[in-house]
Design a protein around this ligand. Structure first.
Ligand SMILES: O=C(CO)[C@@H](O)[C@H](O)[C@H](O)[C@H](O)COP(=O)(O)O
Length: 228
């Protein structure tokens, strides 16, 4: 396959110029993309190692604190925007309905579209997580907030509310941690040192999966079935 022979519909040539002009060999375009895919795969492996090594002690300590909270009846609330909103859902699902081990009380604050839109519409998007924590959060609960920039106001306000309520606060951020790092209001902040939103989100999955696994270990549940 090389060039597209049909005359493009209006606007399509502008959207996909490489299909019609100059770089018209799709195979060579894909070969280039493949090289960049391999670079990205290497980068994500490096980032995951980097954060696991740099944060090994903090991850263990944090998981120990989480286990103590769960053992005392605490619940976990996860939140974030965009890609991090679905990561928050995955955090909650991993704890609530894990592939093995204990089922622990966990909820994503991004899942209820009625609550999210009502709070955003009536009050403002910056309170969309903080207001939910004000209603649901209790001393001894756990707040897990994800933000690739570390700068999202609604995530910061949620951590402020969680701190006021005596919750354990755990942040996942990218690059240098953004405002989350500057504000110094989080008990455990895990920073992925990359400026790529996608690489940050990919590495963050490892951080929360490790936290989940260590928490299960701390609660004595991981040996039930650990495929390694
Ligand atoms: O990167 C994606 C999707 O993968 C975007 O949707 C991204 O999550 C959104 O722009 C977020 O609003 C960014 O917020 P944050 O991670 O900086 O807090």
């Amino acid at each position: 396959m090389s060039t597209l022979e049909e005359p493009p519909a209006e606007g399509v040539r502008e959207l996909y110029p490489f299909l019609y002009e100059g770089r018209n060999d799709i195979q060579s375009v894909l070969a280039e993309a493949r090289r960049s895919t391999e670079d990205k795969a290497a980068e994500i492996v490096r980032l995951r190692w980097q954060v696991a090594e740099a944060s090994a002690d903090a991850l263990m300590e944090c998981a120990g604190e989480m286990a103590l909270r769960f053992a005392s009846g605490g619940r976990l609330f996860a939140f974030g925007n965009g890609g991090s909103s679905t990561d928050a859902q995955e955090v909650a699902t991993a704890f609530l309905h894990p592939p093995y081990g204990l089922s622990l009380p966990a909820l994503s604050l991004t899942s209820d579209v009625a609550v999210v839109t009502a709070l955003s519409n009536d009050v403002g998007f910056e309170v969309v997580f903080a207001r939910q924590l004000a209603a649901l959060g209790r001393h001894g609960d756990i707040a897990v907030g994800l933000s690739t920039s570390g700068d999202s106001s609604n995530v910061i306000q949620a951590f402020e509310e969680a701190t006021r309520r005596g919750m354990l606060t755990i942040g996942l951020a990218g690059d240098k941690g953004g405002r989350l790092a500057e504000l110094d209001l989080i008990d455990y902040l895990f920073v992925i040192p990359s400026s790529s939103v996608h690489r940050i989100q990919e590495a963050q999955t490892t951080v929360y999966h490790v936290l989940w696994e260590l928490t299960q270990h701390a609660l004595g549940a991981a040996q039930v079935h650990d495929p390694g």
